[in-house]
Structure formats: structure tokens, C-alpha cells
Design a protein around this ligand. Sequence first.
Ligand code: NAD
Length: 175
Amino acid sequence: MLEAVAPQKDVDGFHPDNVGRLTIGAPRFVPCTPAGVMEMLAATGIALAGRDAVIVGRSNIVGKPMAMLLLHQGATVTICHSRTRDLGDHTRRADIVVAAVGRPQLLGADMVKPGAVVIDVGINRLSDGKLVGDVAFDALLGKASHITPVPGGVGPMTVAMLMANTVRAAELGQA
Ligand code: NAD
């Protein structure tokens, strides 16, 4: 399935060819969600080189490409996942935390150090219909230096990056 789409039209950036290009630092299409996170970090002027970044989640579409992008900007990157032994031990060290799990409010205020940048990729629908992220947003509002809301944070950036990749694919097609 991953190879069913031509790499030059792979606007999600999931084709092994594009995954490989991202890994070696020569990206063609970057997966939209991590690309959107990087745009937000750049637009906010958050320094990445030398910072400790912890990503929670190791999926091919978010966690792994997110790690590559932060690594290429000079961050020291840790990827946590379902088998990580003490999640808080890792996240409490982080200058930048990216949560991409799919568990409502997995990261509470006790899991993040004061002044950290918190990016919430998670989208979870509660039984009352409400959408929440993986982060306890209200509890972290006064503690994090920056925090993205759910909805209205990473989601719209993903859509914007999909549009940007689509335009780029059209341009590549004309070359
Ligand atoms: P996935 O199910 O493929 O991966 C989830 C990851 O979380 C896995 O790597 C797993 O190891 C890890 N995990 C599960 N339980 C854990 C735990 N208790 N502690 C630590 N790690 C744990 O999910 P995905 O496709 O990467 O998506 C993750 C979340 O991000 C979902 O809520 C999804 O809806 C959301 N998402 C949002 C956007 C957006 O645009 N905002 C885009 C893609 C995905």
C-alpha cells in the first residue's frame, strides 16, 4: 500500500522513497502533521538546537517523522511509546514535548517541567462528544511556556501543510 502512490505525488509523505529522503535530510514531501508542528515552532521563534525534545508516540505518520525533523534542527530527541517504562521520567526532562498518542489527557501537569513547549497532536473524542488532546490543557496553561489547544492547534496546520504539499506536487509534475 505504501508504494501504491507515485513518490512525486505522495503529498502525505508516506512512500518509503520519501521517508528515506526525509531521514537523510533531503526531503521531497514531509508528512503534513509533523511539518505543521515545525512551522508553528519556527513561526513562534522557538530555538531547537541543543534542546531536549521528547516525542510521545512512534507512528510512521507522526512520531517518527517528527523525530527526524527535530533531529535535523539540532534537538536531542527521545521517542517514547507504549513500552516506555517511566514516561514522566522522560517528559519531565524535556524542553519540548510532542504528544501523539491518542489517549485523553495522558500528560498532566506533573509530567511536564515549568517553561516547556507543549505540542498536542492527539485528537480524542470523549463520550460527551467533546474533542480533547493527549495533554491536560487547562492544568498546563500556567506552567508551559507555549501550548497548543485541541481543537484548533495542530489540526489546522496539518490541513495547511497538505495544501502546500499538493501545490508542490503539481509544480513537480510540471518540471
Ligand atoms: P498511532 O495509534 O499510530 O500511534 C500511537 C502511539 O502512541 C504508538 O506509537 C504507541 O506506542 C504510543 N502509545 C500508546 N499508548 C501509550 C502510552 N500509554 N504511553 C506512551 N505511548 C503510548 O497514532 P497516530 O496515528 O500517531 O496518532 C496519534 C494521535 O494523534 C491520535 O489521537 C490521532 O488522532 C492524532 N492525530 C492528529 C493529527 C492532527 O492533525 N492533529 C494528525 C494525525 C494524528
